[in-house]
Design a protein around this ligand. Structure first.
Ligand code: PEP
Length: 252
């Protein structure tokens, strides 16, 4: 069986002033055991990327961005390119988060443009997929995940398993306190792994699939114990070191 290093990422969303972001980054940097098994990344808002990069310098915690635009540069007011994110020290870029799909109109085609641009800039995308409550209740979870993954990836052919991360985030579990049961999550993760095999071939075995949706210190260990759950994308709980650090520890 392929060994996959667990990967815990914190998505800070639209939270934290500069001073707060620095302090949170320091608390996580100093609290996360350097010899831990899990890879860790923090995704602060754009305004705090440089400040958090400075706090993380010399540590083994990586920087991530929450989104990007697909053009390299130009007259795109308000947009940030993957090259700019690389320049500020990002390693990962989240694309297709359900909040982007819901509030900012990101379609699968847009998600694919962003993912392609992220890869072209030498960064690693964290591609989010997941069904809404209505879609789950209508028994459409697998169709939705298949469509989002297939269209989101498009022609991408990662050379290795570390060139791509997928996050399964059931929309009904994000920020709601509702969590998919370990069995529910594992079933979809297993399905995603089979799709990755179908679309990408051998690199699929090494691609990390994170679970996201109200992950807390109480549920992290059982979720992470599932064979196809390789980490967590954490929203609310990543804003509090006393919540986030035990989640990192739960990954080993
Ligand atoms: C997320 O935003 O990716 C997320 C999973 O949020 P939360 O942990 O708050 O549900």
């Amino acid at each position: 069986m392929t060994e996959r290093q667990p990967f815990i990422a914190g998505n800070w969303k639209m939270h934290k002033t500069l001073a707060e972001a620095r302090s949170l980054a320091r608390d996580i940097r100093d609290g996360a055991a350097p010899g831990r098994r899990a890879e860790v990344a923090l995704a602060p808002p754009y305004t705090a990327l440089a400040a958090v990069a400075a706090e993380l310098a010399g540590s083994n915690i990586r920087l991530a961005a929450q989104d990007t635009f697909w053009e390299k540069q130009g007259a795109y007011t308000g947009a940030i390119s993957p090259a700019m994110l690389a320049d500020v020290g990002c390693h990962y870029v989240i694309v297709g988060h359900s909040e982007r799909r819901q509030h900012f109109g990101d379609t699968d085609a847009i998600v694919n443009k962003k993912l392609t641009a992220v890869v072209a800039a030498g960064l690693t995308p964290i591609l989010c997929v997941g069904e809404t409550k209505a879609e789950r209740e209508a028994d459409q979870t697998l169709q939705v995940v298949r469509r989002q993954l297939e269209r989101g990836l498009g022609a991408l052919q990662p050379a290795t398993g570390t060139d791509l991360v997928v996050a399964y985030e059931p929309v009904w579990a994000i920020g709601t306190g509702l969590t998919a049961t370990p069995d529910q999550a594992q079933a979809v993760h297993h399905f995603i792994r089979s799709l990755l095999r179908e679309f990408l071939g051998p690199p699929a075995e090494a691609i990390r699939i994170q679970y996201g949706g109200s992950v807390t210190p109480d549920n992290a260990a059982t979720l992470l114990a599932q064979p196809d759950i390789d980490g967590a994308l954490v929203g609310g709980a990543s804003l509090k070191p006393e919540m986030f650090l035990p989640i990192i520890a739960a990954a080993g």
